[in-house]
Design a protein around this ligand. Structure first.
Ligand SMILES: N[C@@H](CCC(=O)N[C@@H](CS)C(=O)NCC(=O)O)C(=O)O
Length: 276
C-alpha cells in the first residue's frame, strides 16, 4: 500500500492511499479520514460512495463530512467509483466505464476483468482497511450520492449483517427502469433482467427492506430527477412500511452543495447506529 498524502484535519488525519486490488486488477486509490480517537483504538467506519464521473476526491473535498465525523469519532472512507488507467476498458460516454462502475460485479466483456466494484467495496477494501488502519470492521455504515446512493442502498439491503445504517443523497433509486441503469446493467451484467434485481434499491426495498436506520435526502430542483426516479423508492418505503426518513428538500439540486447542506444529519444518524 502506498501513502499518497496525509493531512491533519479537524484533529484527525485525512489520508489518500493506493493499493493493488485483486478484484479490479489494478491499483485503486481511496481517501480515508480517521478522527483523533483512532490514535487510541479502532473506530467505526462510514462509507461514502460517490456518483458518476467522480474519483475518491469529490466527496472527500466537497461533502464537508470530516468536521462531523471528527465530532462523532467515526472514520470515513472515500473509494474511487471504478478501476481506471491505461489498460482498463472505457467508453466515450461519461456514464459507462471509468468513473461509472455502478457498484456491480461485471460478468460481460470487456468489463468483467476489472469492473468488480461490488466485491471491492463489500469485501476487499474493508479487509484492507481493517488490516492497516484503526478501523472496527464490525461497525460499518453506508452513505452515497447518486450512483453512490444506489451503491449504498443496494449493498446495505444485500448485506444487512455488515452495515448498521444506510443513507443516500439523490440516489439512482430505480435503475432497472431508468437510462441511468438499463444501459449500464446491460453492459456490465447482460440483458437478462432477472440478474438485475439485486441492484435496484426500489425492488430491494419492496422485497426485503432494511432493519436499521434509513435516511434519504432528495432535492426538489434536482436536474436529474427523471433519471433518479425517487418516487419509486419513496413508494416502496411506504408500501413496505420501512422505518426511515425520505426527505424532499425544497429548492436543492443534484450538487455537492445539497450534500454539504445535509451531511451533518446523515453522520449523526450513522454515529448513533454505530455506537449503539
Ligand atoms: N457530467 C454529467 C453529470 C455528472 C454528475 O452530475 N455527476 C455527479 C454525480 S451523478 C457528481 O457528483 N459530479 C461531480 C461533482 O459534482 O463533483 C452531465 O453533465 O450530465
Amino acid at each position: 500500500m502506498k501513502t499518497v498524502s496525509e493531512n491533519k484535519c479537524f484533529g484527525g488525519v485525512q489520508g489518500v492511499y493506493s493499493a493493488p486490488s485483486a478484484a479490479c486488477g489494478v491499483d485503486m486509490t481511496f481517501g480515508l479520514f480517521l478522527p483523533q480517537e483512532a490514535e487510541d483504538g479502532p473506530v467505526p467506519l462510514l462509507w461514502f460512495l460517490a456518483g458518476l464521473t467522480c474519483t475518491h476526491e469529490n466527496a472527500m473535498t466537497k461533502a464537508g463530512a470530516q468536521v462531523w465525523a471528527a465530532e462523532q469519532g467515526i472514520g470515513l472512507v472515500f473509494p474511487d467509483t471504478s478501476p481506471r488507467g491505461e489498460g482498463v476498458p472505457n467508453d466515450e460516454a461519461y456514464d459507462l466505464g471509468q468513473g461509472a462502475g455502478f457498484y456491480v460485479n461485471a460478468t460481460r466483456d470487456p468489463w468483467a476483468k476489472n469492473f468488480q466494484m461490488w466485491d471491492y467495496i463489500s469485501d476487499e477494501l474493508p479487509a484492507l482497511l481493517a488490516a492497516n488502519f484503526a478501523i472496527d470492521a464490525e461497525r460499518q455504515a453506508l452513505t452515497g450520492h447518486s450512483m453512490g446512493g444506489h451503491g449504498a442502498l443496494t449493498l446495505a439491503m444485500n448485506f444487512p449483517e455488515r452495515y448498521r445504517s444506510v443513507s443516500a443523497f439523490a440516489p439512482i433509486a430505480n435503475p432497472t427502469e431508468s437510462d441511468w441503469g438499463i444501459k449500464q446493467l446491460s453492459a456490465y451484467i447482460g440483458e437478462n433482467k432477472s440478474d438485475w434485481s439485486t441492484h435496484d434499491a426500489s425492488l430491494l426495498m419492496r422485497e426485503r427492506g432494511f432493519d436499521g436506520p434509513v435516511l434519504i435526502d432528495q432535492g426538489t430542483e434536482d436536474q436529474f430527477w427523471d433519471l433518479l426516479r425517487p418516487e419509486a423508492l419513496a413508494s416502496a418505503m411506504v408500501d413496505r412500511r420501512q422505518d426511515g426518513r425520505f426527505r424532499l428538500q425544497k429548492g436543492y439540486d443534484h450538487s455537492y452543495f445539497m450534500i454539504s447542506s445535509f451531511i451533518e444529519d446523515h453522520i449523526t444518524m450513522h454515529a448513533e447506529a454505530l455506537y449503539s
